[in-house]
Design a protein around this ligand. Structure first.
Ligand SMILES: Nc1c(NC[C@H](O)[C@H](O)[C@H](O)CO)[nH]c(=O)[nH]c1=O
Ligand SMILES: CC(=O)[C@@H](O)COP(=O)(O)O
Length: 166
């Protein structure tokens, strides 16, 4: 499959009330993380969302930090960013699967989370996916969080029409 294979992207939601996002990033691979952050920030700016950012050591800590933040009830949604590259042992599977599963469980509990934790075989795969001018997975994760926030607000009756199609 081509690295730049296209897919459909939903139009961004429009908000009539301020949105506050928290980016939680594991800069285990600093250069990759910085590009993911740049993409996420740019996407948030398109929706006028305010952004805070916290760093944690590795991908496994990202869901824990989001759970902590959720208990503070200060944010509308979260962008989980990081990069896991396969090593020699089975630890790769633990880090990928547990971080992803924990984020999904937090989502099922009501947190609006976009998952931008890359899980790749090698650094070149990560580079093309993190590049804001490439696959922009950081931007995609921010957009996912924003869509969930819009949907949640719509169901809460705070806005009309966002996220729904006739
Ligand atoms: N190998 C990678 C890790 N591993 C570290 C774990 O995420 C965790 O920080 C550690 O086990 C302590 O709890 N993290 C990444 O983000 N990326 C990797 O490739
Ligand atoms: C994804 C990982 O945890 C990885 O970096 C660990 O490498 P290794 O399996 O060689 O210890």
């Amino acid at each position: 499959m081509a690295a730049n294979e296209g897919h459909y992207t939903l139009p961004l939601p429009v908000f009539d009330k301020p949105v506050k996002l928290l980016i939680v990033v594991a800069p285990y691979y600093r250069d990759i993380a910085d590009n993911l952050i740049a993409g996420a920030r740019a996407m948030a700016a398109k929706c006028g969302a305010e952004v805070d950012l916290v760093e944690v050591p590795g991908a496994l800590e990202v869901p824990t930090a989001i759970a902590m933040a959720e208990r503070q009830a200060k944010y509308d949604g979260y962008v989980a960013l990081g990069c896991v590259i396969r090593g020699e042992t089975t630890h790769y599977d633990t880090v990928c699967n547990d971080s992803s599963r924990a984020l999904s469980l937090l989502g099922l509990q009501g947190a609006c989370i976009g998952n931008g934790i890359l899980t790749v075989e090698n650094k070149p795969q990560a580079e093309v996916r993190a590049d804001p001018m490439g696959q922009d997975k950081g931007g995609g994760a921010a957009a996912a969080a924003l869509h969930l926030i819009a949907l949640s607000r719509n169901w809460a009756g705070q806005t009309k029409g966002i996220g729904f199609r006739a």
